[in-house]
Each structure stands twice: as structure tokens, then as C-alpha cells.
Design a protein around this ligand. Structure first.
Ligand code: S3P
Length: 446
């Protein structure tokens, strides 16, 4: 998608019972990393189940611009990587579109190279803070030649002749920051250490080990993780089967909980414990979600989820659960709109710096549809209406944010009156099949 597009409104209406069995696209976090690590490793990487969304494709283009060969053969993506330490200087700015993960991880991956790289993105990405990644990179010797005020894009970097290994304590719960420093460590002599006080998704650690990096994790009694990576080692291409994205699965899942009479199954969903906070919360709310065929595939837990419509009750979500469900709060707020009583979500500071200020975007969207909520500095309280009576009828501003778009379309599937979103175009960044998949289950959305 180009950086300015004609907005494409969409509307969801109260739907009859949803039914069927579906698969959601591959996990976005693992898809980005598969292109990056495959593009960097020596030899061939073969990937199935890749999310072919805009965000991931941008990462693929960036890796190609730095020397990786990437092509699709049938249903498989085949990559021939450059070898660790052997990325080439890109001849043009790397355009990451809407993708925070792609851009931040790539800044780490290439920032320590003795070459110039420029990072650009769309209006949403250009408004997001990049200092969280640039600061540790500066400590490693990376020069920030150009950045917009507040360390925002466009950003131009030049790495040192030889980067310095650091020990870095991640100041916020962010897998992107952790990953950027570890990836910078790949091209740095010696041992780079990341200290992670609060555990976040661990795909970088798991996958780098799989590619042969010398990486170890030690967790102390307080749960603080020390992740050490030895730089300049060899990475070797791998075969990767990417499971379904639990963040994408959350949309049909919540839709089935709130649309009366629904009974659906979502197959092959990633169940990595750093990603399952929403499932736990919805089960605590009384959601009928059965975890079937739990199995281990390629080093990750995967399961099929059977979901039936449920009478939900409000809960207080513990703030320490936020990292394991950070992208799911918008759709949790939608589930909460149909729960009996109050749902309290706290510890949401990171929501303010996502593709949009999600805390504000969710609160305004709920209000526009007659749902009573209170937005705090770092919290959101939603007071639900179990039957959806009188709700809906509003138009929601999505602020170039795919998850705001999908969450509010799900809302409209169970409210009395239709819910319209101002722009559905960004859904292609993470879930291009969303409209077709939801319609296939019986949802009225167009
Ligand atoms: C991601 C980390 C999270 C998450 C994002 C994907 C990743 O971001 O919101 O969608 O793949 O590392 P933060 O690191 O900013 O929390």
C-alpha cells in the first residue's frame, strides 16, 4: 500500500450464529523473524505458513535490498541468505510502511554495520518513538545521522567500524527492543547481554538458537531474564512451519463468544505461553473456549480452539499479564462491552505507542457506539451490556491501525445497530483474509 491511500470504510451488522472451521494466517512476529534470520543465515531457509501481509512483505523487501534472495515456490518461501555479518548496503531507503516490528528489529540487525541505512514509513510509523531502539544502538557505537524530533522516522544510521558489546536492561516491556539489541549483538564481537525484568514474547531467542546462534537465557528467582548472545557466529538456514497467529485468531474468537448461538473452531493456533494472556482472561470471564489437540510443532506449542458463544462476566485483568496479550486489548474491550459488570484493564502504558494510541482509540470507539467506559492514564474500564441492546450506530476512527479496524468490526457483529469504521484498508498489514474469513463464518461484514 502506498503511504497515502483512499480510505475504505466498512460496516459490520448484527449477525446470525457463526459456525465453521477456519485457519488464521501465520504468526506475524515469527513471519518477520523468519524472513530476517533466513535472509541473514548461510544456506537455504524454507518457510511454510508465512503471513503474506503488507508488514511482513516489507521486511522481505528490506532483506532483499541487503542481499538476500527470497522467492516463493508453490506454497513455500525459499530464502538464500547472505551469511551473518555479510549484509550489503541498501541503495535506497528501507520503507517499512506501517510495521513497527519490521523496522525496529531491522534497525538492530543492520545498525551495527559499517554502512549507511535509511528507514522510512507511513504516517503512523513516522509518529512512533524509535529512541527506545536508537539509545542502546548509540551505546554500541551506532551514529544516528538523521532523525525527526523525538527520534522518529525518517532515520539515517551509520554503524561503527567495529561495534561494542553492551549489557542492556530493557526499560519497558518490549520484545521489539529486546530483539533489536540481540540482533545488533549478532554483528558485534564478544557477548551482548540483554536484561529483561518482565518477560515478553521469546520468538527471537528461540529462533536464533534454532538457526545456530550461541545464545543462552538465565532466569533468576525474581523472574528477571539475562539473555546473552555471542556475536559473529555462524547462522545456518532452517526449515520453518509457522503456526497461526493468536493475535489474529482473537478476532473470530471474540466474535464467536459474543454472537449468540455461535460454535466455531480455529485450527493450528500458536500457544506459546508469552502469547496466551487473552485466552486466560476470556476463560476467566466465562468464555467457552476448549483447547484441543495441544501439540508441539517445530519447537512451539500449537492447538485447535473450539469457541462457543458465552455469557461473559467482567473481570480485573492483572497488569503483569499485559505483555502476553498486549495486542489483544482492543478486542478484549469489545468482549468486555458484552460482559455483565465491569472489566478493568490496567498497566496499559505501552498501548499508547502502538500503530495508534490504542487506549484513546478504543475508548473513543466504544463511546461512539454507546458503551460506557473510563479511560485512565494507563487503564481502561468498560461497563458491559450483555445483550448488546441499544449499542452500535457509531463510526469509529481507526487512525491507520489494523487492530482497531478489526476489533470494531467484531463489535458490530453483535450490537443492535451497525458499526462502521472509517477505513478498513490497513487490515492487509496483518490479516488480509479477515473480511472473507469472517463472512465465511457467517458474519455480516462488508
Ligand atoms: C512484537 C512485539 C510487540 C507487539 C508487536 C509485535 C514483536 O511490540 O505489540 O505487535 O514481534 O516483537 P512491543 O515490543 O513494542 O511491545
Amino acid at each position: 500500500m502506498s503511504h497515502s491511500h483512499a480510505p475504505r470504510p466498512a460496516t459490520a451488522r448484527r449477525s446470525r450464529a457463526l459456525s465453521g472451521t477456519v485457519r488464521v494466517p501465520g504468526d506475524k512476529s515469527i513471519s518477520h523473524r523468519s524472513f530476517m534470520f533466513g535472509g541473514l543465515a548461510s544456506g537455504e531457509t524454507r518457510i511454510t505458513g508465512l503471513l503474506e501481509g503488507e508488514d511482513v512483505m516489507r521486511t522481505g523487501e528490506a532483506m532483499k535490498a541487503m542481499g538476500a534472495h527470497i522467492q516463493k515456490t508453490g506454497t513455500e518461501w525459499v530464502i538464500r541468505g547472505t551469511g551473518n555479518g555479510a549484509l550489503l548496503e541498501p541503495q535506497a531507503p528501507l520503507d517499512f510502511g506501517n510495521a513497527g516490528t519490521g523496522s525496529r528489529l531491522t534497525m538492530g540487525l543492520v545498525g551495527t554495520y559499517d554502512m549507511e541505512t535509511t528507514f522510512i514509513g507511513d504516517a503512523s510509523l513516522s509518529g512512533r518513538p524509535m529512541g527506545r531502539v536508537l539509545n542502546p544502538l548509540r551505546e554500541m557505537g551506532v551514529q544516528v545521522l538523521e532523525a525527526s524530533p523525538g527520534d522518529r522516522m525518517p532515520i539515517r544510521l551509520h554503524g561503527p567500524k567495529v561495534a561494542a558489546p553492551i549489557e542492556y536492561r530493557v526499560p519497558m516491556a518490549s520484545a521489539q527492543v529486546k530483539s533489536a539489541v540481540l540482533l545488533a549483538g549478532l554483528n558485534t564481537p564478544g557477548v551482548t547481554t540483554v536484561i529483561e525484568p518482565v518477560m515478553t514474547r521469546d520468538h527471537t531467542e528461540k529462533m536464533l538458537k534454532g538457526f545456530g546462534a550461541n545464545l543462552e537465557v538465565e532466569t533468576n528467582r525474581q523472574g528477571v531474564r539475562h539473555i546473552r548472545i555471542e556475536g559473529q557466529g555462524k547462522l545456518t538456514g532452517q526449515t520453518i512451519a509457522i503456526p497461526g497467529d493468536p493475535s489474529s485468531a482473537s478476532f473470530p474468537l471474540v466474535a464467536a463468544l459474543i454472537v449468540p448461538g455461535s460454535d466455531i473452531t480455529i485450527e493450528n493456533v500458536l500457544m506459546n505461553p508469552t502469547r496466551t494472556g487473552l485466552l486466560l482472561t476470556l476463560q476467566e470471564m466465562g468464555g467457552k473456549i476448549e483447547i484441543l489437540n495441544l501439540r508441539n510443532e517445530g519447537g512451539e506449542e500449537v492447538a485447535d480452539l473450539r469457541v462457543r458463544s458465552s455469557e461473559l462476566k467482567g473481570v480485573t485483568v492483572p497488569p503483569e499479564r499485559a505483555p502476553s496479550m498486549i495486542d489483544e486489548y482492543p478486542v478484549l474491550a469489545v468482549a468486555a462491552a458484552f460482559a455483565r459488570g465491569e472489566t478493568v484493564m490496567d498497566g496499559l502504558d505501552e498501548l499508547r505507542v502502538k500503530e495508534s494510541d490504542r487506549l484513546a482509540a478504543v475508548a473513543r470507539g466504544l463511546e461512539a457506539n454507546g458503551i460506557d467506559c473510563t479511560e485512565g492514564e494507563m487503564s481502561l474500564t468498560v461497563r458491559g451490556h450483555p445483550d448488546g441492546k441499544g449499542l452500535g450506530g457509531g463510526t469509529v476512527k481507526t487512525h491507520l491501525d489494523h487492530r482497531i479496524a478489526m476489533a470494531f468490526l467484531v463489535l458490530g457483529m453483535a450490537t443492535d445497530k451497525p458499526v462502521t469504521i472509517d477505513d478498513a484498508a490497513m487490515i492487509v498489514t496483518s490479516f488480509p483474509e479477515f473480511m472473507g474469513l469472517m463472512s465465511g463464518l457467517g458474519a455480516e461484514v462488508a
